[in-house]
Ligand binder design. Structure first.
Ligand code: AHR
Length: 658
């Protein structure tokens, strides 16, 4: 729908309200917005994003490395790699050779395995399947690089072949010798393929050692080497997220402490970032992914950089000495918690410290001498129980003593209510915690009926972070959950409640963020992608509409959550606008009169609508914008807007005020 068509829809709707009333239809509901008495200050960075490496969200997704198991560090070190079988070469010696994983004289101690190829004759080769195939596009450039060490053999040939086996790109690598050396060459693709294969041939008899074999798009976000996938960052950027929570989620905790997320192993030279198993590898029997590991090519430096790129505040969540309580519940003894606390202190120095400090120096060497302005840290993910409180107390004492400027986010456990939730909240109040992270993976009905959840929360207690939420159309972590309009509009209804209570609810983020259509473990997710394409779900667009229409103060609004109508209003002191949001959940159009009192309005209002008649509507790779915002302007006279809200719609009106 183009902007002009959208204008007409909204404008006709405005006339429709009067028309309906004249014909004896239900009279318009008055939504009264008291702009003369704005309430508490709220944050324009309230709506943000939650990133976790689940569903191949990092490797195989946002981190666009095309080679799976580039460092031969998966538990099965040859996972993803195959010897190219000899073809009948018509009388010519068919290529023969062997592949061997070795650990003697490795590239470095964090990357102990490497591959030795021994070619008995020229043309012996191996291939890599990529992450469910390799996506390449005609005309695009891909940087092929590898660490190579060789005796006699001194030439390698890399090729890309499409699904039919046709060569669609190649490069020659030479110039290596008896010591490890990084070499690179650019491959330009002459065809588009979603499931291409990468091949590497030894062009001369002899042996070659290989490590960190990489094929990386040149055209990343901001064209950075080791950069992020452009279309996915674009979607994040367009959302204007207020903050980014990373790296999770349960991935922070690990199934056991040995595989917890350790940020220090994710920075510096990518060849020295230790690959470990991804905890989502075999979590769900229905969606096993034994080839799911974390290369950490997307590590903490890149997360901070991403936050800066999209204008979001960074919110790292750190392990507090507890592995996932749904898995092992392994807990570090209190007398060994020091290491975890030191990690947190060092992270603050890495993010904010001067380039003369040890960790700040590393940040500067990586290319960012300026501070990343970190001022929030999460202590644990979905933790609960007395062990958690004990560990938090030690953490908080150490962190607050050194960095009172950094707010701490603590967990309310995995559920939005219940014994653990109440236990944690009563303690967080006593301990005067800064921000409490609540999670709700609940039904669409729950979201609509909880739109008033925060109306009566204690205004003087800890603030709330709605840190993970998504309407589960079938059931929590069920593999048939859908990203449909029913879930999305229910979240929108709930979010009006978050915004109305923006003095208590500091931040909110939908979860999870990303999913690879061929390799996911968890659904629903905000953004789906394959090797070449991506799309935002209706849920993504709800998030985007809220994040793009934030305010600085809550404005009292009537008719907040009743009869399928959910409303919120904010004043934006920066843009001098009152921003009204109204969700009409129901199959009938809803005539409303929005009356802005206490300030002089200047029309017309800018309108944004997300509406679709079917609650089952979804977006897809083929139809990425079946549910997407429409924009227009709406007549706004004498402080009043008469409009008919379309059935099942989220509407935003931005009214200029003086
Ligand atoms: O978002 C998926 C998972 O749900 C997160 O990792 C975890 O925190 C929650 O249980």
């Amino acid at each position: 729908m183009n902007v002009k068509a959208a204008f007409l829809i909204l404008f006709v709707s405005a006339l429709g309200a009067a028309g309906l009333a004249m014909r004896g239809e239900p009279s318009a509901t008055v939504i009264s917005v008291d702009a003369g008495h704005p309430g508490a200050a709220i944050s324009t960075s309230m709506f943000g994003i939650f990133f976790e490496d689940i569903n191949f969200g990092a490797d195989g997704g946002l981190y666009p490395e095309r080679i799976k198991n580039r460092s031969f560090e998966f538990d099965e070190p040859l996972a993803g790699w195959h010897q190219i079988l000899a073809i009948n070469a018509g009388g010519i010696d068919s290529p023969k050779g062997s592949m061997q994983i070795r650990t003697d004289s490795p590239l470095n101690r964090m990357n102990p395995h490497y591959l030795r190829l021994t070619a008995e004759n020229a043309g012996f080769g191996i291939s890599n399947t990529g992450f469910r195939g390799i996506g390449v596009e005609t005309g695009a450039e891909y940087r092929f690089s590898a660490y190579v060490r060789a005796g006699v053999a001194n030439k390698l040939r890399a090729t890309l072949t499409d699904e039919a086996g046709k060569e669609i790109g190649s490069a020659i690598l030479t110039g290596f010798g008896r010591d490890w050396k990084r070499i690179e060459s650019v491959v330009r693709a002459s065809g588009t393929s979603e499931h291409a294969q990468f091949n590497l041939f030894v062009e001369q008899k002899g042996s070659v050692d290989l490590d960190m074999v990489s094929l990386f798009p040149v055209d990343t976000w901001n064209r950075r080497p080791n950069g992020l996938r452009k279309d996915l960052v674009q979607l994040l950027h367009d959302m204007h997220p207020g903050f980014i929570r990373f790296p999770g989620g349960c991935i922070v905790e690990g199934r056991v402490l040995a595989t917890r997320y350790r940020w220090k192993n994710t920075i510096g030279d990518i060849a020295e970032r230790k690959t470990i198993v991804n905890r989502w590898n075999d979590e769900f029997d229905a969606r096993p992914a034994p080839d799911y590991f974390q290369s950490f090519g997307l590590g903490f430096y890149e997360y901070f950089q991403l936050a800066e790129d999209v204008g979001a505040k960074p919110l790292p969540i750190l392990n507090c000495g507890m592995a996932c309580e749904f898995n092992s519940s392994e807990t570090a003894p209190l007398d060994q918690i020091h290491e975890y606390i030191q990690d947190a202190l060092d992270l603050i120095e890495f993010a904010n410290g001067p380039a003369t400090s040890p960790w700040g120096k590393l940040r500067a060497q990586m290319g960012h001498p300026a501070s990343f302005h970190l001022n929030m840290i999460g202590v644990g993910n979905e933790q609960w129980g007395p062990h958690y409180l004990e560990r938090y107390k030690v953490f908080a004492a150490a962190l607050k003593a050194k960095h009172p400027e950094v707010e701490l986010v603590v967990s309310a456990g995995p559920s939005p209510a219940g014994e653990q939730f109440d236990y944690l909240w009563s303690n967080w109040r006593k301990l005067k915690a800064d921000i409490v992270d609540e999670h709700y993976y609940m039904s669409p009905e729950w979201f609509r009926s909880n739109a008033g959840r925060y109306d009566h929360y204690d205004r003087s207690g800890p603030k709330v972070f709605a840190g993970e939420y998504a309407a589960q159309t079938s059931g929590v972590a069920k593999s048939d959950n859908r990203n449909n309009w029913l879930g999305a509009i229910s979240e929108a209804a709930f979010m009006t409640g978050l915004e109305r209570n923006g003095d208590v609810v500091r931040m909110a983020s939908y979860a999870p963020l990303l999913a690879n259509v061929d390799a996911w473990q968890w659904t629903p997710d905000a953004i789906w992608f394959d090797n070449l394409r991506s799309y935002g779900t209706p849920n993504y667009y709800v998030q985007s509409v809220f994040a793009n229409n934030t305010g600085t103060r809550v404005v009292p609004v009537s008719g907040a959550a009743r009869d399928g109508l959910y409303t919120s209003a904010v004043l934006n002191d920066g843009t001098h606008e009152v921003i009204v949001k109204a969700v009409n959940f129901g199959s009938a159009a809803a005539p409303v009169e929005i009356v802005v009192k206490g300030m002089k309005t200047q029309g017309p209002a800018k309108g944004t609508t997300l509406a679709v008649s079917s609650l089952a509507a979804e977006n897809s790779l083929e139809h990425p914008k079946s549910v997407a915002p429409e924009y227009g302007s709406v007549r706004f006279e004498s402080g009043t807007l008469a409009v008919t809200l379309r059935p099942n719609s989220l509407n935003v009106f931005r009214v200029a005020v003086r």
